[in-house]
Design a binder for this molecule. Structure first.
Ligand code: B12
Ligand code: SF4
Ligand code: SF4
Length: 366
C-alpha cells in the first residue's frame, strides 16, 4: 500500500514504531567547523592510544566520501536507560564537596551500599551494535519497499562517522558540557545510529543548547577529564581507561592490593600515580567498566524513562554483591557465560578481571 505521508514523516513514523526514541534528518555534506575542533582534539592527543580516531579523517568529516552519492544523514537515537539502578559511589565535586541531593538523578541509588564493581549502564545487556544494526536493516527494508530508489548504509558506533554532530544537525538535541548528546525531556542515556542515504530529505532544525549555567558534569567528573565544556581528554576519562586503554591497569592487579598497585606504578617511568596528568586507580574507584558519573549528575537525566528493549535487560552480574564477585573471580568459568554477546567483551577478559579486582578493593568515595 502506498502511503500518503511524505518521506520524512513516513520514515519518522516507522522509526518510532520500531522503538527509536528520535529520528531526524541532516544534509550529507562536509563538516567544516568540526574539522578544526577534531584536528585540535587529535593534536592535543586527547584520543590517547585510540589510533583509529586518527584514521579515515576525510571520511569522518564527509559522509559523501564514506557513502558515495549520499544526500542525507538519517540520525536515530535508541534508549538504554535501565529500570533498576546499581548502587552508585557517593559523588563529590572537585572541591571535595558532596553534591546536594537534588543533584542526584533518580538512577543514583544508595551511595553507602557495599563496594561492588560498577558497570556503565550502556553495557548491562546485549551488545548494542548488533541489536540496533538489526533494527536499522529492518528500517532500511521498509524504506526501500516504499521508495525503490533508496540506497543507504547503516552505522552504529562502527565507522568514521561523527555521530553526535549529525544528531545535532538532525535536530535530535544539543551537545552538553559532558560532550554527550542531550535531548530535552529525555537526557542522554541513548545510543546514536545513522543511515546515510541517497534520498534527499528535508533537514530538521538544530536545537538550542540547554545546559545554561550548569557545570554539574564538569564538577563531578572524578578524574577532571572534561577539560573544557564539550571537550574530553580521553586519557583521563574512566570510560577510556576501563574500555579502550589496553595498557590499563598498569600491573597485574589480580593479586595486588590498591596500595601495592600505587607503589608498583609510581616506580614505573612516566607512571607516577601522584602526577596530576595521570589518573590513579583511586580515580577509577568502583568503576570496573565504563563510567556514568557525568550523566548521572546531569539534571536532564532526571527525565530519563526506562527502555523497552528485552535485549538490554541486565545480566545477572550487574546485580552481584561483593561476595558473589569474589566467588566468581575464584571460579572464572562463572564470569565467561555472563559476557556472551556483551559489550564488555571489548575490554578483553584479563583487563576486565584486573579492573574488577581494583573496583572490589576500592573504597566508596565519601
Ligand atoms: C571515541 C569515543 C569515545 C572516547 C572519547 C569521548 C569523546 N567525547 O570524544 C571515550 C572512550 C572517552 C568515550 C567515552 C564514552 N562514550 Co563514546 N564514543 C566515541 C566515538 C567512537 C567517537 C567520538 C568522537 O568522534 N570523538 C572525537 C571528538 C573530537 O569528537 P567530539 O567530542 O564530537 O568533538 C567535538 C568537541 O570535542 C568539540 N571540541 C573539540 N575541541 C574543541 C575546542 C573548542 C575550543 C571547542 C569549543 C569545542 C571543541 O568540538 C568537536 C567537534 O565539533 C563515538 C561514536 C562515533 N562514531 O561518533 C562514541 C559515543 C560518543 N560514545 C558514547 C557513549 C555512550 C560513551 C560513554 C557514555 C560510555 C560510558 N558510559 O562509559 C562515555 C562518555 C564519556 C564522555 N563524557 O564523552 C555514545 C554517546 C551517545 C550520546 N547520547 O551522546 C556514542 C555516540 C556512541 C553511540 N553510537 O551511541 N567515547
Ligand atoms: S565518563 Fe566519567 S571520567 Fe569520563 S568524563 Fe564522564 S565523569 Fe569523567
Ligand atoms: S550536567 Fe549540566 S552542564 Fe553537564 S551536560 Fe548536563 S546540563 Fe549540561
Amino acid at each position: 500500500m502506498v502511503s500518503s505521508l511524505n518521506a520524512e514523516t513516513q520514515i519518522k513514523t516507522w522509526a518510532q514504531e520500531m522503538g527509536f526514541l528520535a529520528c531526524g534528518f541532516a544534509k550529507a555534506e562536509k563538516l567544516q567547523e568540526e574539522e578544526i575542533n577534531l584536528n585540535q582534539w587529535l593534536s592535543k592527543e586527547f584520543h590517547g592510544n585510540m589510533q583509529y580516531m586518527e584514521n579515515h579523517k576525510a571520511m569522518r568529516l564527509d559522509p559523501t566520501m564514506l557513502v558515495p552519492g549520499a544526500k542525507s544523514v538519517i540520525s536515530l537515537a535508541y534508549n538504554y536507560f535501565p529500570e533498576i539502578a546499581q548502587p552508585q559511589p557517593k559523588l563529590s565535586t572537585q572541591n571535595g564537596n558532596n553534591l546536594s541531593n537534588n543533584q542526584y538523578p533518580s538512577t543514583a541509588s544508595d551511595p553507602t551500599s557495599e563496594t561492588k564493581p560498577l558497570i556503565a549502564k550502556y553495557a548491562w545487556g546485549d551488545d548494542y551494535h548488533r541489536v540496533i544494526k538489526d533494527k536499522l536493516f529492518v528500517l532500511m527494508d521498509r524504506i526501500k519497499n516504499q521508495y525503490p530508489e533508496f540506497e543507504g548504509r547503516a552505522f552504529v558506533d562502527s565507522a568514521p562517522v561523527m555521530e553526535r554532530q549529525w544528531a545535532v544537525r538532525a535536530g535530535l538535541g544539543w551537545i552538553g558540557k559532558n560532550s554527550l548528546l542531550l535531548r530535552k525531556g529525555v537526557g542522554s542515556f541513548f545510543f546514536l545510529a545513522e543511515i546515510i542515504s541517497n534520498l534527499e530529505l528535508q533537514p530538521d532544525t538544530a536545537q538550542t543548547d540547554h545546559c545554561g549555567e550548569c557545570t554539574a558534569c564538569i564538577d563531578a567528573c572524578p578524574t577532571q577529564a572534561i577539560v573544557q565544556a564539550q571537550v574530553i581528554d580521553s586519557r583521563r576519562c574512566i570510560s577510556y581507561l576501563t574500555i579502550e586503554d589496553k595498557t590499563w591497569p598498569k600491573v597485574d592487579t589480580a593479586t595486588t592490593t590498591p596500595s601495592e598497585y600505587q607503589t608498583a606504578n609510581s616506580e614505573k617511568p612516566g607512571m607516577n600515580t601522584q602526577s596530576s596528568s595521570t589518573p590513579t586507580q583511586h580515580d577509577t574507584g568502583q568503576w570496573a567498566y565504563g563510567c556514568d558519573v557525568c550523566q548521572d549528575v546531569c539534571p536532564w537525566n532526571r527525565f530519563a524513562t526506562p527502555h523497552q528493549e528485552p535485549m538490554f535487560e541486565p545480566r545477572e552480574l550487574v546485580g552481584w554483591s561483593h561476595r558473589e564477585w569474589k566467588e566468581a573471580l575464584r571460579e572464572p568459568a562463572r564470569i565467561k557465560p555472563q559476557l556472551k554477546n556483551s559489550p564488555m567483551q571489548r575490554a578483553g577478559h584479563p583487563k576486565l578481571v584486573a579492573q574488577i579486582n581494583l573496583a572490589l578493593n576500592s573504597e566508596p568515595k565519601t
